[in-house]
Design a protein around this ligand. Structure first.
Ligand SMILES: [Zn+2]
Length: 211
C-alpha cells in the first residue's frame, strides 16, 4: 500500500505523462489511486486544466464522494473510479482518458483483429454503450465491464483502464491507444491485411493473463 504522499505523486506523474502524450485532453480525463486510509482514493479535480496540476489540486474522497482532504471539487467520474476498484479488489490505480484514436475506434465500432501481440491481448476489451458521463449508471456499467477485462472503451466518450498499480493502468491506456492507431493505419493502407495465424492467436491469448 502506498503512503498518501506516494499516491499523490503517482497521480500527478501519470496525469502529466498522459497529458503530454495527448491521451488526456485539457479538461477531459481523470486519474486516481488508492489512498493510505482504506476505502478512500486520491483523484484529480473536476474541470481544471490537466496540464499543470499540483499536489494541492488533488482531492481525497470516500465512497460516498465526500471530501476528506483537499479543497478542489473531485472529478465528476468519481463513482466510476470507485466502481472500478470494487470490480476487482487487487486494483490500486485507475485511469480515465479521452484518448482520441481509441475513442474514435469505439465510435466506429471497431474490434482488434490479431495484427500484433498487443491486439491479441486486447481482444477481450469490452465496449460500454453510451451512458451519460458522471452518472451512477455509467459507473455500474464500467464496473461490470472491468470484471471481464482490465480496460474498457466508453462509446462516444473515452476509455477506462485499471491495474495492480497506477503505472499498470496507464500502460494499458497507452497500449490501447497505440494498438487502435495501428488498426487505423492498417485500414488506411488498405490491401491485403496479414494476420497472426489462428493457432498462434490461441497460444498468445493464453499468455495474456501474465503480461
Ligand atoms: Zn470522460
Amino acid at each position: 500500500m502506498l503512503s498518501d504522499r506516494e499516491a499523490k505523486q503517482q497521480v500527478l506523474q501519470i496525469t502529466n505523462e498522459l497529458f503530454a502524450m495527448g491521451l488526456m485532453t485539457a479538461t477531459g480525463g481523470n486519474v486516481s489511486a488508492l489512498a493510505a486510509e482504506p476505502a478512500t482514493i486520491w483523484i484529480t479535480p473536476s474541470r481544471m486544466y490537466k496540464g499543470g496540476l499540483g499536489e494541492a489540486d488533488l482531492v481525497r474522497i470516500d465512497g460516498g464522494g465526500n471530501r476528506r482532504e483537499g479543497e478542489r471539487t473531485p472529478s465528476i467520474e468519481w463513482q466510476m473510479h470507485f466502481a472500478s476498484y470494487a470490480a476487482c479488489p487487487a486494483l490500486t490505480g485507475a485511469v480515465h482518458t479521452h484518448a482520441p484514436i481509441a475513442t474514435a475506434f469505439g465510435i466506429a465500432r471497431q474490434t482488434f483483429p490479431p495484427i500484433n501481440t498487443d491486439a491479441v491481448f486486447l481482444r477481450d476489451t469490452v465496449t460500454v454503450p453510451w451512458i451519460l458521463p458522471g452518472s451512477k449508471e455509467l459507473a455500474d456499467a464500467v464496473g461490470e465491464a472491468l470484471k471481464k477485462s482490465r480496460g474498457c472503451i466508453l462509446q462516444n466518450h473515452g476509455l477506462m483502464t485499471v491495474g495492480k498499480d497506477l503505472r499498470d493502468a496507464a500502460t494499458h491506456a497507452m497500449v490501447l491507444e497505440e494498438t487502435a492507431k495501428i488498426v487505423l493505419y492498417t485500414k488506411q493502407f488498405g490491401g491485403d491485411v496479414s494476420l497472426i495465424p489462428a493457432e498462434w492467436v490461441e497460444r498468445l491469448a493464453r499468455l495474456a493473463g501474465f503480461v
